[in-house]
Design a protein around this ligand. Structure first.
Ligand code: NAP
Length: 525
């Protein structure tokens, strides 16, 4: 497929008229063709109007039709074949195997949402039949289901060109909920975005859906992104990226005459607690395994372990020595964009330049452009508690070890943490009491608590929570990975004394869809 460098508005391919965005191959510095001229206010207007026009039809498509559409999107993405992998590798510098795996995850999550849509549990149907003879007052007939919020804007993420971008988790969950989607492509991988956008366009046409179900815009976040988030026809947005970008767009969403939910996933340093018995028993092995997690994807994962917390002593020294050795042996890795590489370098320089921080080890220097060196630093709990900047995310493969004098100080560090996507406990049976004591704090801090694993690698499934208190996300009540993500784009509506002929299928007396419903307090299926 030849890339055209155009905006995809409904079924049209439209030439943008702002400065063209050109991807750079971060591994070589080569500028990639074609250019993608950015969209304008008029393009935003057209995409929003189409999405709004499509909304009432799309949200009432049958469960089967909507599930079939999600599956068609997955099929169309697979049908692009190697061209998608090659372009994504060129635009991101990510290894081929990683991009292939990400395509599998992207198509897998679309199909998982298709299964979720068909099962219909997300409608969360509740029926409280009328009780006309109830004393002292009769009860009306009350029926609840969930409906789609409206058109949704999705901001593609830099670090997952497929799984968190044009047809990624935010798009899949919004489409599953019945919301048309307008994607603001990430400027780092416009060609990958166009290929996937065209696959969704093709699926929309094949499934005979209104064209406004999907649009893809290129352009600057400050112009196109802000215009999308503030358009009155947009009813929610999903974002993955920096804390500053997320907060700017969240602010715009909240300042509208009609504020809307803005689901931003922004910043997390994913602390790992090494509890004493585990550290004593396997400090060296933990050090080596930890660096494996730290180096995954050049550390460009939102779940990268950026902080290690433990009680100081010989066992922690063993961990630090083993981790330091593994860091020194770590090859430099290409980062996603020159901008992300520069941000990494300045984050590392801030740590290295702090008189509160000790430089433990640095990985091998890169010979090619935009290659990051792994980094490991250490600080005392006292210094960590005294410096807010030591909690800042360094996006990339650098981590900070916080050495505590005792369990009480370790608990103070845990209490001091900002909200996180994940917290990890490395523990043995003898650590059970220590873990139990920490758990209430950790539940307040994080969306996912892991034991004896590493936070990188997020399973896409029903039970996953990829969320957490601010600043990990802007709304801790939800997840952006897994089937529960659908609830971000739904709201409940109650129908009181509505004639059966007017009720939506899900609420009709004879339950034509065979849904699992809560009727008068009991499950009916
Ligand atoms: P970013 O700069 O936040 O950009 C993400 C998206 O938001 C882009 O589409 C961008 O538009 C838009 N945007 C940014 N600032 C905006 C503003 N003030 N108003 C409106 N739109 C705005 O994130 P990034 O490019 O992915 O990476 C930069 C940094 O983000 C990284 O160095 C890292 O620190 C962090 N990051 C964190 C995670 C995580 O999961 N925690 C993931 C990725 C990145 P443009 O196209 O105009 O840039």
């Amino acid at each position: 497929m030849t890339l055209e460098g155009k905006l995809l508005i409904g079924q049209q391919a439209v030439e943008g008229s702002r400065v063209a965005i050109r991807a750079t191959n971060p591994a070589t510095g080569e500028r990639l063709e074609p250019g993608y001229p950015g969209g304008t206010q008029d393009d935003v207007e057209r995409a929003c109007e189409l999405a709004w026009t499509a909304f009432d039809t799309y949200r009432e498509t049958s469960l089967e039709a909507r599930a079939g559409f999600l599956e068609a999107v997955a099929d169309e993405i697979e049908a692009i074949g190697d061209a998608l992998i090659e372009r994504a590798v060129a635009e991101t510098g990510l290894p081929r195997a990683r991009v292939q795996g990400e395509r599998g995850r992207t198509c897998g999550q679309l199909r998982l949402f298709a299964r979720t849509v068909r099962a219909g549990e997300w409608l969360d149907v509740r029926v409280d039949p009328a009780l006309p003879d109830r004393q002292p007052l009769p009860r009306a007939d009350l029926r609840q289901r969930h409906v789609a919020l409206g058109p949704v804007v999705v901001f593609g993420a830099s670090n997952f060109p497929l799984a968190f971008s044009v047809a990624g988790g935010d798009t899949a969950s919004a489409l599953a909920a019945g919301c048309p989607v307008i994607v603001k492509a990430h400027s780092a991988h416009p060609g990958t975005s166009e290929l996937v956008g065209r696959a969704i366009q093709a699926a929309v046409e094949k499934c005979d859906l209104p064209e406004g179900v999907f649009s893809l815009l290129f352009g600057s976040g400050r112009e196109v992104g802000q215009a999308l988030v503030t358009d009155p026809r947009i009813k929610a947005a999903g974002f993955t990226g920096s804390r500053s970008g997320g907060l700017a767009l969240w602010q715009a969403a909240q300042s509208r005459p009609e504020p809307i939910p803005f689901y931003a996933e922004m910043s997390s340093i994913n602390p790992v607690f090494l509890l004493p018995a585990a550290l004593e028993a396997r400090g060296k092995a933990l050090g080596e395994a930890f660096v494996g997690s730290l180096n995954m994807g050049a550390g460009q994962f939102c779940t990268n372990p950026g902080l290690v917390i433990a009680i100081k002593g010989p066992a922690l020294d063993d961990f630090v020595a083993a981790a330091g050795e593994a860091v020194e042996a770590s090859a430099a890795q290409t980062m996603l964009t020159p901008g992300i590489f520069e941000a990494y370098e300045s984050g590392v320089a801030a740590l290295a330049g702090s008189d509160r921080v000790r430089d433990v080890a640095r990985g091998r220097k890169g010979e090619e452009p935009n290659q990051c060196r792994t980094g490991l630093f250490a600080t005392s709990a006292e210094d960590f508690l005294a410096s807010e900047t030591l909690q800042a995310e360094v996006f990339g493969s650098t981590s900070l070890v916080v050495e505590c004098s005792d369990a009480a100080e370790l608990a103070r560090v845990a209490e001091h943490l900002e909200g996180q996507l994940t917290v990890t406990l490395q523990m043995d049976d003898a650590d059970l009491d220590a873990a139990r004591a920490l758990l209430p704090t950790l539940e307040r801090k994080a969306g996912r608590i892991l034991v004896n694993g590493w936070p990188t690698g997020v399973e896409v499934c029903d039970a996953m929570v990829h969320g957490g208190p601010f600043p990990a996300t802007s709304d801790s009540r939800t997840t952006s990975v897994g089937t529960a993500a659908i609830f971000r784009f739904l709201r409940p509506v109650c129908y009181q004394d509505m004639p059966d002929a007017l009720l939506p299928e899900a609420l009709k007396a004879h339950n034509p869809q065979g849904l699992d419903r809560l009727v008068d307090g009991r499950r009916e299926g």
